[in-house]
Ligand binder design. Sequence first.
Ligand SMILES: O=C(O)[C@H](O)[C@@H](O)[C@H](O)[C@H](O)COP(=O)(O)O
Length: 234
Amino acid sequence: MSTIIKVANEQEIIKKLTSYIEKISNDAILNRGKFFVGLSGGSVVKYLCEGLPQVDTAWDKWVLAFCDERVVAEDSEDSTFGTYNKQLIPKIGLDRQQFVVLKQGLSASQAAKDYTEQLSKAFQGDDFKFDLLLLGMGPDGHTCSLFPSHPLLEETTLKVAPITDSPKPPPERITLTYPVINNARNCIFAISGAGKADMIKRILKDKEDLPAGRVRPATGSVYWIVDDAAAAHL
Ligand SMILES: O=C(O)[C@H](O)[C@@H](O)[C@H](O)[C@H](O)COP(=O)(O)O
C-alpha cells in the first residue's frame, strides 16, 4: 500500500518522519523484540540526526543497517555510517555494535558479499525482513544506489549488490536490491524541495517506471512524506 503524506516544509518532514519511526519501532519491539531499520545517506542523514533524538524507544533493541553505503573509509565525509557515527551516535544511546557496517579494505564486490553475510547473522537467517527502510530519492529518481537504466534494477539473486559506476559520486557503493527492499514491512521516503517536484510527479502521478517507484513492498507499506515544494506538481 502506498500513502502520500504532504507537509509544509522540511521541519514538518522531520516531525512526521520521527512520529512514524517511533510507532513502527515500538510496534516491532513489542511484537518481535527487535527493530531492524535500514538508513540512507543524502538528506535522510540530516532528517534522522535531527529527528531521532526525539524518538521515545528502547534504543538497545535497534539493529541499524544501511540501504546503501559508499565503499570509502569510515572517516571519509562520503561515508554514510561515518556521518551517522559523528552526528547521531553521540546524541542517542546507540552503540557501534548495533550497526551493520561496511567492512573496510574490501572491493565493492567483496564488501557486498561480506555485508550479505553480516545481515544473515543479524537477521539469524536469510529472510532479511526489515521493519523499516528509510529512503531518499535523487532528482533522477534513484533510491539507495539503484539508478535509472542500471542493470542492478533487474537484480533478483543478490540481496546486497556492488556498484562501481554510480552516476552519483562516489562511484563505488553497495546497495540493497529490490528483493530485500520489497520484502520490508515498511518503507518511508522523506523528500523535500522543488528540485524533486518533477520526479515526484513522474513517479507518483504519471506512474513512470523509475527506481524509486519500484519500491512497492509485496505485503508492506510505503509512505511518501513530501513537502509542498516537492509535491508542487501532484
Ligand atoms: O548514499 C546515498 O547517496 C543515498 O542513499 C541516496 O540514495 C540518497 O538517498 C539519494 O541520493 C537522495 O539524496 P538527497 O536526499 O541528498 O537528494
